[in-house]
Design a protein around this ligand. Structure first.
Ligand code: ZN
Length: 248
């Protein structure tokens, strides 16, 4: 089985379409690690497309916030404003869909899916201080996570060697192949489709070939100007519009 792993789409339809285009023919099933909506201008179209294409979707913090299951006190003012806008825009059936999304961890054959971490769906795993305990305590070899919008992840070898995985900050196309080794544990982030924050504005995703035990990371350019124009039309906050082109 080959899986297309998507995360943090954030209502960016142009980015999502380009990821699906570049991944075409390389996968059989689509999995999503959450944050379908929030920030971007196309919440309904993105939810619609994911409902059509994804086999498994777990919820992210923005999904919870945008369907009214979580308050936005912890969000910065721009994220808050985008959440209120998204709540207004979302159709009732898509709100109902977001409300019934399961929290992680979601157990799949030979791996797990989470939004933040196995312990806490809202936790950010960014530093070794967060990644090492998470790797030590995970009960499966491979966990896919999102939430940080940083493509790559971490590994802990059988001998206890910790390593960060990242794929070049300005790259496009196929970035990196990772062959899983027996006895090594992996925490893998496919990157963010709709709002990357690793200094590379290009939409990110990963393909997991379960039979070959291989993960391939990708980046693709998309029509950023159109997404930004839609955000301007919607009067979404300017800093959210600008950050897309800097990838942060
Ligand atoms: Zn997110």
């Amino acid at each position: 089985m080959r899986y297309l792993i998507l995360s943090d789409i954030h209502a960016n339809l142009e980015a999502l379409e380009k990821c699906l285009e570049l991944a075409r023919g390389k996968y059989q099933k689509v999995l999503c690690l959450g944050d379908l909506v929030g920030y971007g201008p196309d919440p309904n179209a993105v939810v619609e497309m994911m409902r059509r294409t994804a086999s498994v979707v777990i919820r992210g913090n923005h999904d919870k916030a945008c369907c009214g299951m979580m308050n936005v006190d912890d969000f910065n003012p721009w994220a808050r404003q985008a959440t209120y806008w998204t709540r207004e825009m979302l159709s009732p059936k898509h709100i109902a869909f977001l409300r019934q999304l399961a929290p992680g961890p979601c157990t799949m054959p030979g791996f797990e899916m989470v939004h933040g971490s196995v312990e806490n769906e809202d936790q950010y795993i960014i530093e070794p201080a967060e990644a090492i305990p998470a790797l030590r305590s995970q009960s499966v070899q491979l966990v896919f996570f999102g939430h940080t919008h940083l493509q790559g992840g971490f590994l802990l070898s059988r001998a206890g060697v910790f390593q960060k995985i990242s794929g070049g900050s300005r790259a496009s196309g196929h970035i990196l192949t990772l062959d899983l080794e027996d006895g090594t544990r992996y925490l893998i982030n496919p990157g963010s489709v709709g709002q990357p924050r690793d200094g590379n504005w290009r939409a990110a995703f990963a393909i997991f070939d379960e039979t070959k035990r291989r993960i391939d990371f990708y980046r693709t350019e998309y029509d950023l100007a159109t997404t930004q124009e839609k955000m301007s039309q919607a009067r979404l906050p300017e800093p959210l519009i600008q950050r897309l082109e800097f990838g942060r």
